[in-house]
Design a protein. Sequence first.
Length: 315
Amino acid sequence: MAKWPRTPDGQMATPGARPNGHGESEGDVWAEWLGRRRDGGSPARRLRTLDRLAPVRDQVLAAAAIAPGDVVVDVGCGDGMLGLAALAQVGEGGRVVFLDVSAALLDRCRAGAEELGLRHRAAFVQADAADLAPLGSSFADAVMTRSVLIYVADKARAFAEFRRVLRPGGRLSVWEPINAHGFPEPDERLAGYDVGQLATLAAKVREVFERRQPRATSPMLDFDERDLLRLAGEAGFTDLRLTLEIEDRAPEPVDDFDVFLDSSPNPLAPTLREAVEEALTPYEADDFLAHLRPLAEAGDGCYRSAVAHLVGRAA
């Protein structure tokens, strides 16, 4: 029978325990983004996002090679897209550890596991991806992540922690956007749209985003696929395999411009509406949005998407 992890205060992180005694709280940018800001508060857009991510979920899970009886750690579990699907794969003798910095998101995962009737197979641990102290060494059979390392400043430490908690031969499956391939955008583009006619206004809006996430220090931009391979190798992973997909694509046509304006590209970024209101006068905002709206509604633009999927084994 798989062992349960312990929280930093030494308590068992049982399926019914709230990690570290925290409840859902205000100011949780991670929970707020997944719950509302990512999709502008639109249930329909949220469903489209989940449908779009389903193949990614399946790819990460397949590479983790989960078998009945395994202990699987979903690092940065968010609202449980990976971990909830893994509950069925580990069987009665296995465990899925949902690990996240957000207590509110862990609560959502707990509710999801309960809805599936599989809460007894799950543990919920509040911790940072670069500090998995609640988990013992050689604890797990697989570690998986999706879009987590882009928010981690000390990626070397995160990989070292992934290796520490895995038993020898344990599997690693990491899926990450590689934003360095698509940013910075050319001056004449913003979010993939041609804003050359209003380049001065677009520059003001872009400055708001860059103040929130400066290029020079953002962990979203300080690495590429070669760094993932290097860091994994230095941490003690072997049999490494990385697939990189780069695609220049048109944005999805926008069916509700207000929802589009109220959506944020990541938990640390403003929405486009917030950036426009902060950067521009009302008259400038009217001109800028009048230019942007038909482009967004038609999906008339181009941006570069790059993602890497890294698979390896603990040496």
